[in-house]
Design a protein around this ligand. Structure first.
Ligand SMILES: *Cc1c(COP(=O)(O)O)cnc(C)c1O
Length: 351
């Protein structure tokens, strides 16, 4: 697994530019979407991001333990999590409910309002109470924020409705005597809704080079997944490949064995539906994807032990992309790259 931090910096610089004056938070939850949170965080900060976002306090503390001093927001902790550890480490805390304020002091708060995602966030009916309680607490109300449900579907009516509810929540906060900053936009809204940038944008998938929108953007996927040929063999017409023998050779052919499988993040649903690049040429994978190996059909072409195999990458050399895998099996590329977080896949970082 190769992670290109040079391309990450390219993507972040492009997004920081598009954020046009708003601050940029690099979202590194789920171990940096499967790319490795600490190296991604460092490179994103070098390229102009000024904040980091993580899902849990543990993820945020790991960034601090690595010596990263940039502001961090951690937004989804289990009930009863020790938020005083966040305060001690200078990590901002997201609050969606009055109960989370109990016993909390000295924290910098980002009050989250649910404007229509119905997931995390305070429902509008309880917002005034939350703002009042936070303003009266021994904490600083630093920001109000929310998250969009359909930012990747430009023109979806929920976007404007969420923006309106967000504005109402902001004004309710002003009425309660606080003057918080605001943040709402994810990658998609950063790219296509400049009116929703407010004081900060939260950059996720686009920073990793995957485009959440149909419009063309100069984003470069930073993860590539490579292996090499572990065995080559000639098989006769009529032989079948892998468990269940789901593919049978129609003519004599050369098969290359590649020592990666579903334990390394290749969805088994891709069986007989994926291609890989060997010797610069796309070749079909045959039979079922196994736990540790796949078989590739090289026809009559010469292929040798140790030849490089590109499973997915930026697509610039004709190789498949994580997005292509996702589309083949009906999921999103977010799930593909975060699913590549596997203990036995060594990550190599290049600049
Ligand atoms: C994951 C996440 C983001 C980033 O979303 P992308 O679609 O990857 O840009 C932003 N904000 C919150 C609250 C998130 O959970």
């Amino acid at each position: 697994m190769t992670i290109d931090l040079g391309l990450l910096r390219h993507n972040v610089a492009l997004l920081v530019d598009r954020a046009a004056g708003a601050e940029s938070m690099a979202v590194v939850k789920a171990d940096g979407y499967g790319h490795g949170a600490v190296p991604i965080a460092r490179a994103a900060l070098e390229a102009g991001a000024t904040w980091l976002g993580s899902c849990s306090l543990d993820e945020a503390l790991a960034l601090r333990a690595a010596g990263i001093t940039a502001p961090i927001l951690s937004w989804l902790d289990v009930a009863g999590a020790d938020l005083s550890a966040a305060v001690e480490a200078g990590i901002d805390v997201a609050v969606s409910d009055v109960d989370q304020l109990r016993g909390l002091r000295g924290a910098r708060l980002h009050l989250k309002v649910d404007t229509g995602l119905c997931r995390n966030g305070c429902p509008p009916a309880r917002w005034a109470e939350l703002v009042r309680a936070a303003a009266a607490s021994n904490n600083e109300v630093y920001a109000v924020w929310s998250h969009l449900a359909c930012a990747d579907e430009p023109g979806h009516p929920s976007i404007d409705l969420q923006a309106k509810r967000f504005d109402d929540a902001y004004h309710a906060a002003l009425a309660a005597g606080v003057t918080p900053r605001r943040h709402l936009a994810n990658s998609a809204a950063t790219l296509n809704r400049p009116d929703l940038h407010f004081d900060m944008v939260r950059l996720g998938i686009a920073m990793y080079g995957l485009n959440p929108l149909a419009q063309r953007e100069d984003l470069r996927p930073i993860m590539s997944f490579r292996s090499s040929v572990a065995l080559v063999k000639r098989v006769a017409a009529g032989e079948s490949v892998s468990y269940g023998q789901s593919w049978t050779a129609e003519r004599d052919t050369t098969l290359a064995l590649v020592p990666v499988g579903y334990a390394d993040g290749i969805p088994r649903l891709l069986s007989n539906r994926m291609e890989v690049l060997v010797g610069g040429v796309r070749r079909p994978q045959r039979g079922r994807v196994c736990m540790d190996q796949i078989v590739v059909d090289c026809g009559d072409d010469p292929v040798a032990l140790g030849d490089e195999v590109v499973l997915f990458g930026s697509g610039e050399h004709g190789e498949p992309t994580a997005t292509e895998w996702a589309e083949t099996i009906g999921t999103i590329d977010y799930e593909i790259v975060t699913g590549m977080h596997r203990p036995r896949l060594a990550r190599r970082y290049v600049r």
